[in-house]
Design a protein around this ligand. Sequence first.
Ligand SMILES: O=C(O)CCC(=O)C(=O)O
Ligand SMILES: [Fe+2]
Length: 335
Amino acid sequence: MDSSKAKSSAELRIIKEIQDLGLSDYVAELDEKGFTVIPPDIACPNGLDKRLLEGILKVSEERSGIKPDLKNGSTHQNFGVTELAEKNKDLGLGVESTDGISNDSPIGEFLPSLIFEGQVFEDALMNPVLLAMSTYLLGYQCVMSSMTAFVKGPNKVNLDLHCDTLLPNPLPDHALVCNCTYALTDYNKENGSIAFVPGSHKKNRAPNKSETTLSKDSNAIHVDAKAGSLIIFHGACWHGAYNRTAKGLRVTMPVLMARTYMRTEENLCEIVPDEMLKRNGPRFPILMQQGHFYSVTDYRKQPERKEKMYKFYESYNKSIDGVLDSGPDLIDSYS
Ligand SMILES: O=C(O)CCC(=O)C(=O)O
Ligand SMILES: [Fe+2]
């Protein structure tokens, strides 16, 4: 945040939220390094992490028909080795083989679209700590871009360095997206932790092709974190992941958040059931892209959509003491 200018009421509000939640030191670290690790007692009180881990393992079993072997990782050892080349290309992921031969998946099993898998995933999105950190970086109008999980067993390849803002360079100083990753099993290098290049968000660009090999970047570091930690990083921060040499599974759930005008990974606007919108409080519909004016697929539905959009914005703005100073009321002058 630029400290030389007078602060808006939204900025004053988020600063207070951050102080009240005990997050000031984590925000300072995020500003300096581009990432921070919030420990389980702050990030996941009331056992949210245990419920999430259980929920993800259940989804994995339901979708694949195989019960994940959390302790030994046998179900996910060298995951995806056969279909890897094509799959990773689809995900846009680059990989570095640590033994010069192997080509298993750098992320393991990929579970997209988790927000529709039950209440615990809605709770994870509505976690006040996740929302305060996302709001700090992206503003009160930010949306969820995607909620996914990676279930990674022992593997041989590193995930190449990249940043999550998939736009042409240069990138602006402020974040356009941020990644809030729940680490649901213990993190260290042997466990296949995420890798960061501290301060890289200040380069205002993604790594170029010659800079993506993780082992060649002497500034890259791993993260030590207890299960239940929440790792927050700026969308321009360079990161990758180390291969897992330990047995067992690394289970992580990245919640990608985005400024309201960004193209999102998941297109949620028209597919969220009313029941889900009703049960989660006034910010939830905004997070679920219900305040989007764009992305029209059927112009005949636009009047109804607009009406809902107004309603959602109004009740959300009321719940945060009217600090939003742009929104549908401004858009209305075009209609
Ligand atoms: O596997 C990891 O730790 C990093 C994954 C990643 O690049 C991401 O969540 O954006
Ligand atoms: Fe990433």
